[in-house]
Design a protein. Structure first.
Length: 80
């Protein structure tokens, strides 16, 4: 998607130098920067997904003692 944004001259120039030095397009540099920014500042989305996963962990029915036995087997084959 194409979009137009305004950035300060110093940021534009630094991004332009970085792109040239790395042999990448300015679009790639801006896209990478925005992806990292969104990932770093959007932990709520990750937290919500993890909360749903954790909430569902106890819901699956297993045979009594299954979890304990699985844990014991893992520990037997792990180096301490």
């Amino acid at each position: 998607m194409k979009t137009a944004v305004s950035v300060p001259d110093d940021v534009f120039e630094a991004a332009d130098r970085l792109a040239k030095r790395a042999g990448r397009s300015r679009s790639d540099v801006y896209t990478t920067a925005l992806r990292e920014y969104v990932a770093r500042h959007g932990p709520d989305a990750v937290t919500e997904v993890l909360d749903r996963v954790v909430a569902g962990v106890g819901e699956a029915e297993t045979e009594p003692g299954f979890t304990e036995e699985a844990g014991r087997r893992v520990l037997e084959h792990s180096e301490w």
